[in-house]
Design a protein around this ligand. Structure first.
Ligand code: S3P
Length: 480
């Protein structure tokens, strides 16, 4: 499906509550399905990816009663399989379709590894191309078996075992999906399972498991996390905050369209997800975050606490960093509002390998902003972009070139030199939600309009993307 985005004729303004966080929604649904008892969930992202996890845990025996809450989210209950364990799905040859969702597939591999079940996981054309050995190899070492194609990609049959061994895993790449899969398997092993990453990836699993009654040890300096098994999860009530990655695309819109000023309300301010906001502040953007407690503690979703003063560009000021002490409670995530004001004269910055995990999903938006900044923005250590929902690195380099930007690209780096005046064009989302949103944003500043082919990819994480731009006063989007 095509959707066209024409140049924005006036500033974007207002307060927006973006949909629930995708990573946190997946985990809340899966952990509730694994737990003993009935959990109550609210604010769950209603998108294709999260529906894949909901369908999967239902097929595995959890009782899911989540319905639209009338405000764009899902709410309701999940009664978990608890001590009885997951059941292999009946019919469809025991197959579970994870759709486009890498998080569903990889976390399920870990969750199933320690149970005596045989389950085949598959996915769409994009997911069946993505690497799975990064999960199946370490899980094979602890005793689970995997039947996969030569290339190690989906479909993969998981043959779990109740005799999982413990292990110390040192991951070659920072990945929250792989880390989470190993931790979930570790819940069923006898002894300590440890995962060490080369850089800090998002820590939602480490934050949420303690709320479900499972202690998780962490050493932030060493990027280490561990669990002591065997242990089990107990049902909880959980409220999902807004998605900072979806918010980043709206923030980028406000930074592209002159005189815009928007407030992104009730998003997770988890420091492991704040890299985009820290980077745009370095570029000179006016961005201020104001915390207001933790999701699930009763304060999220209530009135704003006033982002008040709009600060200017000092690196990291007002944006939680990786060592924030005002961080999350054991129960959930730190939550707050981010106020973004269009800023004249953005300048280039360096994105280093260490910060990539904290902004990995926002690189398309950052690269587009770099086309409007003075100087050369250099991204290094971004090879993981090649194995996302598309080869994002090639796609970004090609699309920005079509738009008229000066771009250089290597195996794991990208350089964008700005500023440039983007040209009207047609860009293919390649089935990738982040690209669909990025190409749409290019239309807001193009000399004419940008047609996004395959725009429906936004269903993966942000089905209401165009509506939300409209809520901020943008009128230039239409189907076809
Ligand atoms: C996710 C982790 C990240 C991210 C993805 C969601 C998660 O992937 O890109 O969109 O929910 O754990 P990696 O684990 O591959 O880094």
């Amino acid at each position: 499906m095509d959707r066209t985005f024409t140049r924005a004729e006036r500033a974007l303004t207002g307060t927006l509550r973006v949909p629930g966080d995708k990573s946190i929604s997946h985990r809340a649904v899966l952990f509730a399905a694994m737990a003993e008892g009935t959990s109550r969930l609210s604010g769950v992202l209603d998108s294709a990816d999260v529906r894949a996890t909901i369908t999967a845990v239902s097929a595995l025996g959890a009782s899911v009663k989540l319905v639209p809450d009338g405000r764009g989210a899902l709410a309701g209950t999940i009664t978990g399989w608890g001590a009885s364990g997951p059941q292999a799905p009946i019919g469809d040859d025991g197959l579970i379709d994870c759709g486009n969702s890498g998080t569903t597939a990889r976390l399920l591999m870990g969750a199933l590894a320690g149970w005596p079940v045989r389950v085949t996981l598959t996915g769409d054309a994009s997911l069946t191309r993505r690497p799975m050995r990064r999960v199946t190899e370490p899980l094979s070492q602890v005793g689970a078996q995997f039947v996969a194609s030569e290339s190690g990609t989906l479909p993969v049959t998981v043959v779990g075992t109740e005799r999982l061994k413990v292990t110390e895993n040192v991951l070659p790449v920072a990945s929250a999906q792989v880390k989470s899969a190993l931790i979930l398997a570790g819940l069923r092993a006898h002894g300590r399972t440890r995962v060490t990453e080369p850089a800090a990836s998002r820590n939602h699993t480490e934050l949420m498991l303690p709320a479900f009654g499972v202690p998780v040890g962490t050493d932030e300096a060493r990027h280490d996390a561990w669990v002591d098994g065997p242990t089990s999860l107990q049902a909880i009530d959980i409220d999902i905050p807004g998605d900072p990655s979806s918010a980043a695309f709206m923030a980028a819109a406000a930074l592209l369209v002159p005189s815009s000023e928007i407030r992104l309300a009730g998003i997770s301010l988890n420091p492991t997800r704040m890299g985009f906001f820290r980077a745009v502040r370095r570029m000179g953007a006016h961005v201020v975050a104001a915390g207001r407690g933790a999701a699930g503690d009763g304060t999220a979703g209530q009135g704003a606490t006033g982002c008040g003063a709009v600060g200017h560009g000092a690196a990291g000021q007002g944006i939680p960093d990786g060592h924030s002490t005002s961080g999350p409670t054991a129960a959930a995530e730190p939550v707050g509002d981010v106020h973004v004001t269009w800023s004249l004269g953005l300048h280039a910055t360096e994105i280093t390998p260490a910060e990539v995990p904290s902004l990995v999903d926002e690189i398309p938006a950052l690269a587009l902003l770099a086309t409007q900044a003075v100087g050369t923005t250099r991204f290094t250590g971004i090879g993981e972009l090649r194995v996302k929902e598309s080869d994002r690195l090639t796609a970004i380099a090609e699309a920005l070139t079509v738009l008229g930007a000066q771009v250089k690209v290597g195996e794991d780096w990208l350089e964008v030199t700005g500023p440039c005046a983007p040209r009207a064009c047609r860009l293919d989302a390649l089935g990738d939600h982040r690209l669909a949103m990025c190409w749409a944003l290019a239309g807001l500043i193009a000399d004419g309009s940008v047609t996004v082919a395959g725009y429906e990819a936004v269903e993966t994480s942000y089905p209401t993307f165009a509506d939300d731009l409209g809520a901020l006063g943008y009128c230039g989007s239409q189907a076809g």
